[in-house]
Design a protein around this ligand. Structure first.
Ligand SMILES: CC(C)(COP(=O)(O)OP(=O)(O)OC[C@H]1O[C@@H](n2cnc3c(N)ncnc32)[C@H](O)[C@@H]1OP(=O)(O)O)[C@@H](O)C(=O)NCCC(=O)NCCS
Length: 146
């Protein structure tokens, strides 16, 4: 089941974040500031995939109401990968955001993520040179139509 994250999920989100990414990215405070606190013109939200004893993955995004959605982060704990959890998280986000385009950046070497996004109808619309560090790498910018 996918549901909105609460402050109680932050420790689990940080565990999955830290095991999933090569470079330090977001702190617990960053994620805390992204917990959904009601709709506004621009609002953040985090969804979590709940399992029996905790959460298996999360998705974090910003929604610009009626205009655009930006997927900021998604990760699934290694033990729960390849079960359709990331696909369910992205589909949940697209439903939450409504009929607006969704954009994201992804390392160009991240084949699992690229396969995930392409399978959900995202296509590449550009590149950001040296967007990532540790290791330095370009980002591909992907977008889906509503
Ligand atoms: C990318 C990631 C979120 C995918 O999570 P997941 O729950 O395993 O993905 P799903 O099971 O929903 O897979 C959906 C589709 O994505 C593709 N995919 C997922 N993992 C893949 C892999 N290791 N190799 C190739 N394709 C893969 C497949 O097309 C898959 O469909 P299929 O299983 O029917 O073939 C996960 O590997 C992860 O957390 N990686 C580390 C963090 C990261 O890179 N996040 C993305 C940042 S942009």
């Amino acid at each position: 089941m996918i549901r909105m994250a609460t402050e109680d999920d932050l420790a689990a989100i940080m565990r999955i974040e830290n095991e999933s990414f090569s470079a330090p990215r977001w702190t617990e405070e960053n994620y805390r500031s992204m917990i959904f606190r009601g709709e506004a013109k621009v609002y953040p939200l985090i969804g979590v995939a709940e399992i029996e004893n905790g959460i298996a993955g999360f998705i974090a995004a910003h929604v610009l109401s009626g205009e655009e959605c930006h997927l900021e982060s998604i990760a699934v704990a290694a033990a729960f990968q390849r079960r359709g959890i990331a696909r369910a998280l992205v589909q949940w986000l697209l439903t939450q955001a409504g009929p607006v385009p969704c954009l994201l950046e992804v390392r160009e070497s991240n084949e699992p993520a690229l396969a995930l996004y392409r399978g959900l109808g995202f296509s590449s619309i550009g590149r950001r040179k040296n967007y990532y560090t540790h290791p330095t790498e370009d980002a591909l910018v992907l977008r889906t139509l509503p």
